[in-house]
Design a protein around this ligand. Structure first.
Ligand SMILES: Cc1cc2nc3c(=O)[nH]c(=O)nc-3n(C[C@H](O)[C@H](O)[C@H](O)COP(=O)(O)OP(=O)(O)OC[C@H]3O[C@@H](n4cnc5c(N)ncnc54)[C@H](O)[C@@H]3O)c2cc1C
Length: 85
């Protein structure tokens, strides 16, 4: 019997939740073909950064959502490491 074809999965929303779900599913390309849709032009949902003038503010960007990460969310540091972000 041949293996069943991968399921097509549509994730609506490219915030942290949608991206985490899409990332986890995409690690199994034999089982899932994942497409992510978002109504905005940028990914990240609430967790995004904005470019700023470093000569004026002393930094190249500012976070407008997430400022830090509680150690209670143990998966987040491992995502950062996996994805080298
Ligand atoms: C000011 C602020 C500070 C924060 N600080 C921290 C922090 O320090 N540490 C921390 O862990 N968390 C923090 N958070 C919380 C964290 O940012 C959110 O919990 C997390 O980003 C939510 O992710 P989400 O994917 O659930 O939702 P969202 O980020 O809201 O993503 C939902 C996505 O779905 C899209 N969408 C909605 N409707 C549709 C539609 N009909 N069709 C297509 N796309 C759609 C939206 O455009 C969006 O991109 C902070 C939040 C804010 C606002």
């Amino acid at each position: 019997m041949s293996p069943s074809p991968p399921k097509r999965v549509c994730v609506i929303g490219a915030g942290a939740s949608g991206m985490a779900a899409a990332y986890a599913l995409s690690k199994h390309p034999d089982k899932f073909i994942v497409t992510v849709f978002d109504k905005e032009l940028v990914l990240g949902g609430m967790a995004t950064s904005i470019d700023i003038d470093s000569s004026k503010y002393g930094a190249t960007y500012i976070n407008d959502g997430v400022q830090g990460c509680s150690p209670a969310f143990a998966n987040f540091p491992s995502y950062v490491q996996d994805l080298r972000i």
